[in-house]
Design a protein around this ligand. Structure first.
Ligand code: ZN
Length: 322
């Protein structure tokens, strides 16, 4: 799925190529992806309108048109954008239904939203309907907005969480928007195990996590911009842990592991991101006699090939009842 570091350069590239152009033709490959929220039918509603802006909102791209109409696209798992005609025809030969949306502009320039999985959503909305688009209308604080996403704002969000840190990072109504790949990268940079409960994070942990969000995302945007790939091409070859399970950690050499967290897989380094001892005992795997808070930290989902070092930097909480 395209994530914020992909979408920032894509939005800039698409804006540069297309803003100021007028739509001459528009069509959808598979209507299942189209969410027509205005009365005027598609494609009539888009024809003759001039593209005025391309922007990223969380993990959505928003295309603004003259006359207060917007196309808002959630690319979900596999959506991407192709600029230009040649690629369009190549794609069309393969699977016309995968072409979610094709916009042809008056000068011959073409934008295609391609989605082989057809899971993406394309909303056509005026300002009133735009405020009702699912998820989009309820996005949390934008993690790249330095004025809104402050340490204080982050603390306030973290305070109420009763879930695991990776689930918190990926909750779009809290933080807009972090996906699977960058959740892993952020947790690696913050040296936090993906299953750590948010409420057990120390102020120091939360500080590292907050810093890692901005640092990892901005670093990735910078790296992707350097490659100068066309909008729509995902660049992931520089990531530290995501997609590298089974390979050695770039920092310590320990094998990167994948572990199930909620409905996704998290990649992490068991050495750099150690489980905090008492949190990760799987009571189901222990004989009842030792299933106490004093049980050894032997039952994490991912078996570390090395002894798991303790985090000396974090003060340990006293056991309950003392
Ligand atoms: Zn490591």
């Amino acid at each position: 799925m395209p994530e914020v570091p992909d979408l920032v350069p894509w939005a800039a590239g698409l804006a540069q190529a297309l803003v100021g152009r007028t739509v001459e033709r528009a069509r959808v490959g598979d209507p299942i992806m189209l969410r027509q929220m205005v009365a005027e039918p598609f494609p009539t509603t888009l024809l003759g309108r001039t593209l005025t802006s391309v922007g990223r909102h969380g993990h959505f791209l928003r295309f603004g048109f003259s006359g207060d109409l917007a196309l808002v696209i959630n690319a979900m798992l596999a959506g991407r954008y192709i600029l230009g005609r040649r690629e369009l025809h190549e794609k069309a030969g393969r699977d016309p239904k995968a072409m979610g949306l094709v916009l042809e502009f008056e000068d011959g320039q073409t934008l295609t939203y391609v989605d082989e999985k057809r899971m993406g959503k394309i909303y056509v909305a005026s300002p009133a309907e735009e405020r009702t688009i699912p998820v989009y209308a309820a996005l949390g604080v934008d993690v790249l907005d330095e004025r809104a996403f402050t340490r204080e704002a982050f603390e306030k969000l973290a305070r109420s969480r009763r879930d695991q840190v990776r689930a918190f990072l990926m909750d779009k109504s809290a933080l807009a928007s972090i996906g699977n790949a960058y959740a892993d990268e952020i947790l690696f940079a913050a040296r936090l195990h993906p299953k750590t409960m948010v409420r057990t994070l120390t102020p120091e942990d939360r500080g590292r996590l907050f810093e890692a969000i901005g640092h990892v995302l901005r670093g990735a945007i910078e790296e992707i911009e350097k490659r100068q790939t066309p909008p729509g091409v995902k660049v992931r070859d520089f990531l530290s842990v995501r997609g590298r399970d089974g390979k050695p950690c770039l920092v310590c050499g320990t094998t990167i592991r994948a572990v199930r967290v909620n409905d996704g897989d998290a990649c992490f380094c068991p050495h750099c991101q150690p489980a905090t001892r008492k949190l990760f005992v799987d009571f189901g795997k222990l004989p009842s006699a030792v299933a106490t808070r004093e049980a050894p930290a032997a039952a994490d989902d991912a078996k570390s090939p090395r002894p798991r070092p303790r985090r000396s930097a974090s003060p340990r909480r006293p056991p309950s009842g003392s």
